[in-house]
Write a protein that binds this ligand. Sequence first.
Ligand code: GAP
Length: 452
Amino acid sequence: MDVIVSLAKRRGFVFPSSEIYGGMAGFWDYGPLGVELKNNVKQAWWRHMVTLRDDVVGLDAAIIMHPRVWEASGHVAGFSDPMVDCRNCKLRFRVEDLKGPPAEIACPNCGQRGTLTEPRQFNLMFSTHVGPVAEDASVAYLRPETAQAMFVQFENVATTMRRKLPFGIAQIGRSFRNEITPGNFIFRDRELEQMEMEYFVHPREEDHWFRYWVDERHRWWTDTLGIDADNLRLRPHDPDELSHYSRQTTDIEYRFPIGWSELEGIADRTDFDLKAHAAGSGKRLAIFDEASGEHIVPYVIEPAAGVDRAVLTVLIDGYEEQQLEREKRVVLHIKPALAPIKVAVLPLLRNRPELVERAQRLAADLRPLVAAVYDDTASIGKLYRRQDEIGTPFCITVDVESLEDGAATIRERDTMTQERVGLEHMPQRVADLVAGRAAWEGVAREVAAAAE
Ligand code: GAP
C-alpha cells in the first residue's frame, strides 16, 4: 500500500486534502492524473450499466434530500457503529476494531486500563442546517448512499420513461460517512463516490436477477476494468451480517494489501425501501404489471460499488516492478481505456526545431481523438519510464528520419515492442488501438505486409 500511496502522490493521482494545513483524515483530492483515471472508471461503469443497455436509465440527484428520507430509510435510527471513548486520551474507537471487550482491555492508544467507556451508538451521517437559522427543525443530512434517490424518484422515472419491469435506475455521485476509523488511503473515506444501480424486478424473479447481477458485476471487474480474476472473490454474507434492508447480499472482494476487502456489494433489498417510502410519504410507490393486471411493489436488486475503491484497485492490480538489464522499470498495466494519458509524443532531439514542430503537430492531431501529451523535458529513456509508471499505453518517438520518411516509431507499454507507422495514419491508428478496434499485434502484421 505504501508504494501505491507514494506513486499516487508523486505522479499526481491523489493528494491529501488541504495538505498545506496538515490534511484531514478521510478526505482526498484527485490530482491531474487521478481525475482522468477516476472519470475513465466512472465512464466505463456508466457505459456498461446504462449506455449499452435498454433496461437501465440514469439519474443525478441532489446530495441533500428531505430529512424524512433518512427517517424512512432507517438511517436516522440504524446507520451507526457502536463506539467507545477513552476517558484518558479522549480518542474514540469502533468496538469492532477492539481486541476484546471494552471493560477488560487497555486503551489501544494510551495503554491505560479501565478508561474505555461503555459502547454507544454513533450515527455516521454528517448533518448540516438548511436555511439561515441553525435550529432542530432545519437539520438536514449529507446523503450516506446514493441509493435512496432512486427509490424516492421511482415513480417519476418509471412514468416519464414509460418503464415496465424489469428496469433499473443508475446513479454515480458523492456520498458522505463520518467514518470513525477512515484509512488505508482511499479505501475508507469520509467523502466518497459511489456507482449504484437499483434494478426493479417482479418479486417472483428476485433470485434470478440477484444471480444475474452478481455474475454480471464480477464480469465487469475482470473484462472491462481488467482486474485479475485471481485477485477477486465472491463472498455471500452470513445471515447475521446482513443490512437491515437485505434478504441476501454477496460482496465482490479484492485481495488488497490489507487483505480481502469489499469492492462492491450486490444486495437483494426486496420491497423494503419502496414500502418504507410509501409509508413515509403517503404515496403509492407501485407499478402496473401487465401479466397480472395489478399494481405491484417491485423487489430491488442493487449492485453498489465504490469509485475510490475501484481507482485503488486499478492502481494496485496494474502495478509491477520489473528488473530490466540495467535498471528497474515501474509499469502500470492498466487497460488503455482507463489510462489517464493514452499516448505521449516525444521528440528524439529537442534542439532540432523542425523535429519539435513535427512532434507538436502530431500531438495536436491526436488530441481530438485521444488524451495525448507532448514531452521533451528529459532523455527518451527517462520519458518512457515516466509514461510506463502512469500507465500510458503508447509512446511515439519522432526522430530525424521522420522528417524524410513521414513515419514515426510507436512503442507499446507492456511488451515494449516498437513499430514504424506513417505519421498521416498515426492519429486514427492510435485511436483504434485505444478503443480496442485494433490489436497491437495487428499493427506489426500490417507493417510487415507493407514492407513486402
Ligand atoms: N446502497 C448500498 C450501500 O451503500 P455499502 O456497502 O455501504 O452499500 C457500497 O457501500 C460501496 O461503496 C462499497 O462496496 C464500497 O465500495 C463503497 N464504500 C462504502 N463506504 C465507503 C467508504 N467509507 N470509503 C470508500 N468507499 C466506500
